[in-house]
Ligand binder design. Sequence first.
Ligand code: ADP
Ligand code: MG
Length: 700
Amino acid sequence: MTELLDQDIKYLKGVGPHRAKLLESELGVKTLREFVTTFPYKYIDRTEIHTVNNLREDMPYVQICVHITDFNTEGSGSRQRLKAIATDGTGYVELVWFQGAKYYERQIKLTERYLVFGKPSWFNGRISVVHPEIEVIRPDQPAEGTFGGKLQPHYHTTERMKRASLTSKVMTRLMTDAFALLSGHDLETLPEYIRNAYHLIDRNEALRRIHFPDSAADLPEASRRLKFDELFYLQLDLLRYVRRRKQRDVGTVFAKVGPAFLDFFQNHLPFSLTGAQKRVMHEIRDDLRTGRQMNRLVQGDVGSGKTVVALMTCLLAIDNGFQACLMAPTEILAGQHFATITGLLRDTGIDVRLLTGSVTGKKRKTILEATAEGRCQLLVGTHALIEPTVVFQRLGLAIIDEQHRFGVKQRAMLWAKNTIPPHVLVMTATPIPRTLAMTVYGDLDVSVIDELPPGRQPVTTLHFNSQEATLHDGLLRQLKEGRQVYVVYPLIEESEKTDLQDLMTGFESISAAFPEYKVGIMHGRMSSTEKDEAMARFSSGETQILVATTVIEVGVNVPNATVMVIENADRFGLSQLHQLRGRVGRGADKSYCILITHNRLSDHTLRRMEIMTETCDGFRIAEEDLRLRGSGDLQGTAQSGMPLDLNIADIVRDAELMAVCREAAMHVVETDPDDSLPQNDIIRRQLKIMTHREDFSGIS
Ligand code: ADP
Ligand code: MG
């Protein structure tokens, strides 16, 4: 049975070596098994046959059953076309072919009855169908033809496939042959107890329905069943992978909790931790006791207090005699972290240092020495930290902030910095729904800070389509009250000249509009010293307005800034807008975010602006963002190295079903820890097939 499914697709009747090559190169299909899980992407309803007198040009694709009464070819060469007049007795319709006129001229017979399928249009004062599909209906056949009054499946085909006549229609025929060949074979992949528990139809039936549905009513159960298959095995794979990893990755034990620094710090903290911060600290402490390496992702909205959690974890490490490092994606951020941290740790006597690309010469040498000798207890920096010249005496913890800029490889380089790999804590302000996070970051445990510190006011967000006067009045009121303002311009590529020009023009017009105030500027073309200086001037209040590009996107903290103006907001993605908005509302004062657009907006863009004005909840925004963008981006950033090899399921659209599948997979892993229960034989067989296919064992 397995052998037949694994048979090379070229042996299927009608395929052969040439088409087999195409199926492999274009669709990645090599075997019969892969062929039957190549699913239609849409269906066209062919259940109804219309009468000619009822055709209207606003109808979608329709089918009619007609005789052809006359036809002739007009024009010549590339302008040649074939016109035919057809009738079903209720009226006349013109059928027109521009391509293949010769071919159809030879095919058409006045004696035959045809099922004609196409889109009606109004042409030359009569109803016509351009480039219809036609099919001869024999006198003894029902009028519905091949699709038997059903839905017609459509398969993705590429240009190369079409050139080899491997059209969707041919795919359907090959699929029919494949199913004929497999008839009587059991294609089941799930144990009965799981099918029963989750009300899933059997797989043979699901596959039949998805390829050859009798009606639209056949599809929901079939697609749920087949999506379940993909997501269940995806989750099972992940869970087993994580289990293997946990059994293998040793880590240092942080036995002590807070005798020196952590307790001191907590006692001097000017606020108490939120419930969410406490919960996450507990999760982290539990990890650090196990003797296995921690790999944890902390998701939290902008301003939820991730930095405090990060710092307390560093103190745990230091209390246990280890060094810690904190890596940020930009120099500005690293500098800010360093400033915040040295401030918070001032009275502890802990040795904290800053290492970025621009720290050079003797200064750099001193830092490297202190780190190698273990005197430096906490090293803050950019990716300069992962360079081989940076050697730690006893690195116990690595924290990566705003992880979306760091890849798996860079994390692995950090691992290598200690004989026993350091614990890793990743902090991200672009949260994604939990189940999704566990799938995309398969190798990370996920913690969520889902609560903001008390007293935070939501940032009032407004969308203007170039209403400068109103905007200036508003800004002036805030400035008069002593508040500060950011004005942000998009700069997608630091080299884009027009963007830089926009920024400069904006800077000039704002300077002119607010002559009593000092305006600063900051962009990616400036050196890091210049940027630091610009930031410092704004931070200290020397400048009241900062005109900048997205270099200020993450982490920047100036509590007195209450207005974020985002120019050409339509050019930013949702999560980027949310990040930028997070730069205000950090103090006690009421804050505003003003989104400015100048163009007529597409529905999509308008929706983004609406979401921003409706909510400040980062998790909701992340979800909407995913919904608008689809899962493409996510799949690209998959951290686990897991192939998200899905033909029918989508991790974003089917997130709910994925949660169900995760639960089902979890149940299997927990109830059958040593893979021995007979009712799971079928699962083991399936996993083996997948392992074989993906060479999956290689990545663990
Ligand atoms: P994030 O890194 O998650 O964006 P931060 O850690 O920078 O957030 O915290 C934002 C601000 O909130 C900081 O000024 C920080 O001191 C403050 N903060 C953090 N936790 C609390 C808390 N539990 N109560 C009050 N303020 C807090
Ligand atoms: Mg932060």
